[in-house]
Design a protein around this ligand. Structure first.
Ligand SMILES: O=C[C@H](O)[C@H](O)COP(=O)(O)O
Ligand SMILES: C=C(OP(=O)(O)O)C(=O)O
Length: 446
């Protein structure tokens, strides 16, 4: 048991970036009090299990696949939607495990990814200025004063939507849908239409043969029938994540039980800021996004503050440099941190450094840039002898047209066809599989 209670409110004294301006503070306090009385969404023991899996990533023995929507929406918490995202994640994981020959730690940007940091606090349309959309946890997407006013009741809806989503994810991953014998079923609606689907079908046939062989040998391990799946989100709105922090009865230590893993974004990772302070107090495995301006000194100071015991699996750096910068910005960072002896996992987010505006005004990303950043990430780690530990992506299971490129190509003129994201552009299912095949090749040759 820990000797003294840990102060979970020390962050309140510090500047907290990207927080909503709640118009009604007493409503916020009532909501927070209600959240504090609600059951945990995940258990501390599950968070520890994920920490162990991430420790294997630090040792170079496993690879992280972390992904999901840029911004989940309340309306999107449906069985079809969650199943489609999980299906894509499972297909990507199978490609990586089979073709890349590496165990994959599966983490969704799911069941809690309801808040967004924004470049500007307001949005102007036709001369009207309103608060920017900050995710369904804070305000509505519609461009009206009512919808854009931050509403604390949304924190409760975020909790309940997370609970529904996590319940579906647990049912799909433990209840038979994720059984390896379903490798073909996951592809059924897809195979004929897309080159990635056809390539996947070939791989699924090989897996079938391998499974038949294993069964003939009377080997049918439990791992073939269910999947370990973990949830994660950017813990941006501190009132929410603090209200869902509970002291673990086994150890007396605090965990943010709104997700297994939480991360700090590029815009809120100030060393003397509230987010870093709050994260230093909770015991979940945590991530920190690092953009191209991060100095090795910044990263080392974050390690001192967030992982003073140098526990492997506790801290993951998610680098998001941009394809044009990764080969210049990443090497010194990795080299100096590795030389310090710090035990961190390195994950590449090839999305957030590669956003641009198409002539139509849509925010988009090129799959080619995404693949180039991932390739640069592998090159840097290969040259330094460190482990490229995973990827963090924004994707969806639907055939949206938000990013350009891919084996089943989408061009800039297609963007308006199915542009459905609430914030940043996501890879569709075919583009996600293209990425998985490329990753598997990179992994095998690294
Ligand atoms: O997902 C990341 C950020 O929230 C997003 O890129 C911010 O977008 P903006 O620059 O349109 O505010
Ligand atoms: C905001 C995000 O990324 P970053 O903090 O890296 O900009 C995100 O991943 O949603």
């Amino acid at each position: 048991m820990s000797a003294e209670p840990i102060n979970l409110d020390s962050w309140r004294e510090l500047p907290a970036a990207q927080q909503p301006e709640w118009p009604d503070h007493s409503a916020l306090e009532r909501t927070v009090a209600e959240l504090q009385g609600l059951p945990p969404l995940v258990f501390a023991g599950e968070c520890d299990e994920l920490k162990d899996r991430l420790a294997a990533v630090v040792r170079g023995e496993a690879f992280v696949l972390q992904g999901g929507d840029c911004a989940e929406t309340f309306a999107g918490a449906t069985a079809d939607n969650v199943r489609n995202k999980l299906k894509t994640l499972l297909q990507m994981a199978i490609v990586l495990t089979y073709a890349g020959r590496v165990p994959v730690v599966k983490i969704g940007r799911l069941a809690g990814q309801f808040a967004k940091p924004r470049s500007s606090g307001t949005e102007t349309r036709g001369g009207v200025e309103l608060p920017a959309y900050r995710g369904d946890m804070v305000n509505g997407f519609d461009f009206t004063p009512e919808s854009r006013t931050p509403d604390p009741a949304r924190l409760l809806r975020a909790y309940h939507s997370s609970a529904v989503t996590l319940n579906l994810a647990r049912a799909f991953t433990k209840g038979g849908y994720a059984d390896l014998r379903q490798v073909h079923a996951w592809n059924q609606d897809f195979v004929a239409e897309s080159p990635a689907g056809r390539r996947y079908e070939q791989l699924a046939r090989e897996i079938d043969h391998a499974l038949a062989f294993m069964r003939a040998c009377r080997a049918d391990p439990e791992e073939f029938h269910t999947v370990e799946f973990y949830s994660s989100h950017e813990a941006l709105i501190l009132d929410y994540d603090r209200a869902l922090t509970r002291v673990d009865s086994r150890t007396g230590l605090p965990y943010d039980v709104s997700a297994h893993m939480v991360w700090i974004g590029e815009r809120t990772r100030q060393l003397d800021g509230a987010h870093v302070e709050f994260f230093s107090r909770i015991r979940n495995p945590i991530g920190v996004k690092l953009g191209p301006t991060t100095s090795p000194e910044d990263a080392l100071a974050l390690i001192d503050k967030l992982n003073p015991a140098n526990e492997p699996g506790r801290l993951t750096f998610i680098t998001r440099m941009g394809a044009s910068k990764v080969r210049d910005a990443l090497p010194t960072l990795v080299e100096k941190i590795h030389a310090s002896g710090a035990q961190v996992a390195w994950i590449c987010d090839p999305m957030h450094g590669n956003t641009f505006e198409a002539p139509s005004g849509h925010k988009t990303r090129r799959l080619g840039d995404v693949l180039d950043e991932v390739t640069g990430f592998f090159e840097v780690h290969h040259a330094l002898g460190t482990h490229p530990g995973g990827i963090h992506i924004e994707f969806t299971g639907d055939d949206v047209t938000e990013c350009v490129g891919g084996g089943h190509p989408i061009v800039e003129e297609d963007l308006a066809l199915r542009y459905e994201t609430a914030c940043d552009p996501r890879l569709n299912r075919s583009q996600s599989l293209d990425l998985a095949f490329q990753l598997a090749e990179l992994y095998r040759s690294s």
